[in-house]
Design a protein around this ligand. Structure first.
Ligand code: NAD
Length: 381
């Protein structure tokens, strides 16, 4: 098959779905690889680098879409991109079908078979295709780098001839993939790290990474909020109150707060309130990784960095993986080529879209003129 990556049309997006290195793997599966000119430029992959990897470069999106059987993307396609796709073509991209009903309908009516990388089931076998995790890992790391860059002090404690420097105190709220990556980055910079999650089972992971798990003064065990599939559910009002009480105690002490709390299918829970921001020291930094879903902090402005009257910086960027475009593209490119490996069982360049396969079925959101989302629950865990 002919597989092609478009240049991302979303303003400022640096990532690309196929890199020169992932192109080599796709060719070993028997595929021809194509890209739109400039597709990798913002992540440091020139057209010449693709050509050296045996990739055909097309002058524009229309020519690329015309030339291929499978279109690979990072962001969901624009109306214009979808409008150029044809019946029987396959699209592989982040698609967020729950939030993109019109896009799904457009794919269905055009007869495009759409595979959503964000719908890959989170089972062991599919970890190599889990683009949500590979991007969340980058976002967590980058959140710490942005925090450090905006914090006018050391993260690590020091005793120097010129004076003693205390370590920065960092609180991570939500210890999923992004939160754990943030803990790793902050502890390795030498900060004193605290972390909270509604799922008590992550306490061990938090502690094994050198951070301190924040326990609540709550009559019952910290088990509220745990739900099926490893994801969190909304907390009870009592649990939420206990959580906010603890955060109010911590706010004046913390130099950096990184929030990552999400609940599937809902807006981000508001956990860092205006009075907590007001209680923080001048120079403190909040990085709200939930900004795209409404933010965990009351004052977050998506895509902006603001400084409050009391001197607290609040970062609501929603493009953390794109800020590390080269790395993000390498990892996303790997996720895509592993998906294509599963779609090419014979390694002979023939795509077999096997709807009996839990992973392929789970990620397929339109097929042969039907909307196939949401999928049935996976058979294998
Ligand atoms: P996510 O992005 O959905 O949420 C981030 C974190 O926020 C979660 O840890 C959640 O518990 C937490 N949270 C929600 N409400 C909160 C609140 N009020 N206060 C504090 N924290 C709150 O999570 P994710 O990173 O996608 O990971 C979700 C789960 O999936 C985890 O159990 C993770 O280990 C699991 N996972 C499994 C696989 C796999 O098996 N292949 C891959 C990735 C993730």
């Amino acid at each position: 098959m002919r597989i092609g990556a478009l240049k991302e049309s979303f303003d400022g997006e640096a990532r690309v779905a196929v890199t020169p290195s992932s192109a080599g793997h796709l060719q070993k599966l028997g595929h021809e690889v194509h890209v739109e000119s400039g597709a990798g430029a913002r992540s440091g992959f020139s057209d010449a680098a693709y050509e050296r990897a045996g990739v055909t470069v097309h002058p524009n999106a229309a020519a690329l879409i015309e030339a291929v059987d499978v279109v690979a993307k990072v962001r969901p396609p624009s109306d214009a991109e979808m409008g150029q796709m044809r019946e029987g073509q396959t699209l592989i991209s982040f698609l967020y079908p729950g939030q993109n009903a019109e896009l799904l309908e457009a794919a269905r009516t055009r007869g495009v078979n759409a595979i959503a990388m964000d719908m890959v089931p989170r089972i062991s076998r599919a970890q190599k295709m889990d683009a949500l995790s590979s991007m969340a890992n980058i976002a967590g790391y980058r959140a710490v780098i942005e925090a450090a860059n905006n914090f006018g002090r050391f993260f690590t404690g020091q005793v120097t001839a010129a004076g003693k420097v205390p370590p920065a105190k960092v609180l991570i709220v939500g210890a999923g993939v992004a939160g754990l990556a943030a803990i790793g980055a902050a502890t390795s910079l030498g900060a004193q790290v605290y972390a909270f999650d509604v799922r008590p089972e992550v306490a061990e992971q938090i502690e094994s990474m050198g951070a301190e798990f924040v326990y609540l003064d709550f009559a019952e065990e910290q088990t509220d909020g745990a739900a099926t599939g490893g994801y969190a559910a909304p907390s009870s009002p009592e649990f939420r109150e206990a959580q906010l009480k603890k955060f109010r105690e911590l706010a004046p002490e913390m130099d950096i707060v990184i929030t990552t709390a999400l609940i599937p299918g809902r807006p981000a829970p508001k956990l860092w309130t205006e009075d907590m921001v007001a209680a923080m020291k001048p120079g403190s930094v909040i990085v709200d990784l939930a900004a795209e879903r409404g933010g965990n902090c009351d004052l977050t402005v998506p895509d902006e960095k603001i400084v409050t009257e009391n001197g607290v910086t609040i970062i609501g960027y929603t493009d953390f993986p794109s800020r590390m475009g080269a790395q993000a593209s390498e990892l996303y490119g790997n996720n895509i080529r592993h998906m294509l490996a599963d779609l090419t069982p014979g390694k002979d360049g023939t795509v077999v879209h096997n709807m009996e396969d839990d992973v392929i079925r789970g990620a397929t959101v339109t097929k042969d003129g039907d909307v196939t989302w949401p999928p049935p629950p996976p058979k294998v865990q």
